[in-house]
Ligand binder design. Sequence first.
Ligand SMILES: [Fe+2]
Ligand SMILES: [Fe+2]
Length: 280
Amino acid sequence: MELGSPAHKERFCRQFLESHLDYEPENLPWPDLQGEDLARLRGIPFWREALLTEQEAGVMVTAFAETLDDPLIRQAVALQGQEESRHARLVDFLIRRYGVEISEYPYPEVPANIRDAFIDFGFAECLDSFFAFGMFGIARQAQYLPESMFQIFDPILDEEARHIVFFINWITYCQCQSGYATPWRGTLALWRYGRALRKLLDAFGNPENQAGQPFTASQAGHFMDDLTPELFFDLTLQENEKRMARFDPELLQPLLLPRLSRLALGALRLRPRRLSPAAS
Ligand SMILES: [Fe+2]
Ligand SMILES: [Fe+2]
């Protein structure tokens, strides 16, 4: 299958459309939480940001779909818009069902340059989802909440995995159609990743400044005591591989973050260990 060919388009669109799950958030088997479990759920610091991000995504992606000429791509992007809006409804339902207190939030607006907004969102979603997979795995392993809650969110993360695989294939398809050769495609992707990457470096490099950080990366320690950067990258890479193994191997997958994380993990493993007081 040649990238940018009609066969490529057919494959990434069909794969996306055919793997859609039919459910409504209020019909999911939400567990009754009490005591410490309820306090933990309410204490997770990102519900407001998650709600805002999903609402904005739903509005923007749906509006972007309406600007597209290709009927198959339009159908797939419209479905992504529906799924993002459903994520927003799901987070909203959780906030109300479990009495999570959040401050006022603005109503989402359609951005002026919607294609640019969709592309920026797509690259940022590649980054956020990678860390969300890791954080989810860490919280699940630490049994931070009852397993029934993880079972509700598991398919949501699979939906985000579908979104980023669709996005990476769509952007490559568009670039091939515009005649960009491979090195230029890589350069453009890197440039687009730049903003998202700066956020990532901030998250690990500047603990004083929490504003604007990718919440998934900066707050993973919330779920596990003694979470070292080494363990964080190791678990995140494992979770990413698990989610990505389900996709058609002929399709592209986001690779930059897994590669950077593998480099970071290699560097961390090479670090000289500090001797414990007993050993010294
Ligand atoms: Fe989403
Ligand atoms: Fe998404």
